[in-house]
Design a protein around this ligand. Structure first.
Ligand code: NDP
Length: 296
């Protein structure tokens, strides 16, 4: 196995998941006349956020969902944003509400996220969903860690008893990833910038999830031989000439020579994230009405 890790193809898995979501959405429409609707809210002109919101809208429509895009100026006040969220909470055609982060400095992000109806919180960032995730309740779970988990299950089958190390403790990726792996009966270590001797810790990991936002920080000799590496990082670094290129948080070529399986960047976790957002929207549409969506 050494020297040639299996590539975990997130592009293919993401495309397959989108097809399952589209089938579940079509089923909701045929049986109950419901078209799941996703509302996206973008405040300001951040170019990366504009790209993300546009691709979420496009993917929604491709999967047979309704897409409602709300664009507000960078000068929007917190009260104005909260008023829009109240309107979307009350709108029966909206099943999912996604507020694109980051928000401008004058707006308190946590206050905004917690104003979203937890039943429509398709990003899974509301404190109620966070609490349900950690206590084993029926939560809407953040999309990126859900995507990582689906890739891990596809690659390894049962994860029970495996040693998992999650690098990064953000509310968006690291913490929910740790909760999901614990739910799969892994023994989980959640590491961060104050963790001592990271390389040594990582070398014990059957599963290593890197979500630090530091280009190629994880080196080949941090990897357990035969281990599974999920690289969440998306970092733009200078490339040849004027061009820039994307790299992950893992030094891919080095890690590939040691790991048993590894996600590439791009084409690994990224494509799963949007697919999981669509999945959450269909699940939310069904659950809000006391129905169960087809198995996706
Ligand atoms: P944050 O910046 O919110 O969190 C980074 C985490 O990494 C923090 O917990 C921080 O520790 C830790 N960290 C930073 N430097 C080090 C270090 N030198 N050693 C150990 N730990 C360190 O990032 P996000 O979680 O939002 O995102 C992480 C990466 O994932 C980014 O590259 C982002 O672009 C990418 N991403 C990709 C997505 C996708 O769809 N593929 C979706 C979301 C994010 P501490 O808490 O101690 O400061």
């Amino acid at each position: 196995m050494m020297g040639d890790a299996r590539l975990i193809d997130g592009k293919a898995s993401g495309a397959a998941l989108r097809l399952r979501v589209a089938a579940a959405a079509a089923d909701l429409k045929t049986r109950h006349g419901i078209v799941p609707g996703l509302a996206t809210v973008l405040v300001g002109e951040d170019p990366a956020s504009q790209v993300y919101v546009r691709s979420k809208g496009k993917a929604s429509i491709e999967a047979g969902l309704a897409s409602f895009e709300h664009k507000l100026p960078a000068s929007t006040s917190e009260a104005e944003l909260l008023a829009l969220i109240a309107k979307l909470n009350a709108d029966p055609s909206v099943d999912g509400i996604l507020v694109q982060l980051p928000l401008p400095a004058q707006i308190d992000t946590l206050r905004v996220l917690d104003a979203i109806d937890p039943a429509k919180d398709v990003d899974g960032f509301h404190v109620v969903n966070t609490g349900r995730l950690w206590t084993g309740g029926q939560a809407l779970v953040p999309c990126t860690p859900t995507g990582c988990l689906l890739l891990l299950r596809d690659t390894l089958g049962s994860l029970a008893g495996l040693d998992a190390v999650v690098l990064g403790r953000s509310n968006i990726v690291g913490k929910p990833m740790a909760a999901l792996l614990l739910g799969e009966n892994c023994t989980v270590t959640l590491a961060h910038s104050r963790t001592r001797d990271l390389p040594d810790l990582c070398r014990r990991a059957d599963i290593l999830v890197a979500a630090v936002g530091r280009p190629e920080m994880v080196r080949g000799d941090w990897i357990k031989p035969g281990g599974t590496v999920i690289d969440v990082g998306i970092n733009r670094v200078p490339g040849e000439g004027e061009k820039s290129r994307l790299v992950g948080d893992v030094a891919f070529a080095e890690a590939k020579a040691v790991a048993g399986a590894i996600t590439p960047v791009p084409g690994g976790v990224g494509p799963m994230t949007i697919a999981c957002l669509l999945r959450n929207t269909v699940v939310a549409a069904a659950r809000r009405r006391g129905l169960t969506a087809a198995d996706i």
